[in-house]
Ligand binder design. Structure first.
Ligand SMILES: [Zn+2]
Length: 97
């Protein structure tokens, strides 16, 4: 996640549109996942970013690496987000403060 962000932890405005959309999607997933930090795939209220896909995103935190695994309910979209800790969407960090 870190390589999407500028020095102040924001998504840079000059980023290409597609990369910005993806970074914003990752930010939503981090925000939703770290609220409950589920260790099994749990549905969020985030829509899949794939055009025409009505799927909802499920996510979980992988125990060993603490990466976030996310997956669409309808299309093959899925992925891993690493480097999300201490970003501004990390709700675990807010709880620790
Ligand atoms: Zn999808």
């Amino acid at each position: 996640m870190q390589h999407f962000l500028d020095e102040s932890g924001n998504i840079p405005k000059q980023m290409p549109k597609e990369a910005r959309e993806l970074a914003s999607f990752f930010a939503l997933v981090i925000d939703a996942t770290t609220k409950n930090s589920p260790f099994t795939l749990t549905q969020t209220d985030i829509r899949c970013f794939e055009k025409g896909c009505q799927g909802m995103i499920s996510s979980e935190i992988l125990g060993k690496t603490e990466e976030i695994h996310w997956k669409c309910s309808k299309c093959p979209n899925e992925g891993i987000i690493s480097g999300w800790k201490l970003t501004k969407w990390d709700n675990q960090q807010k709880l620790r403060l």
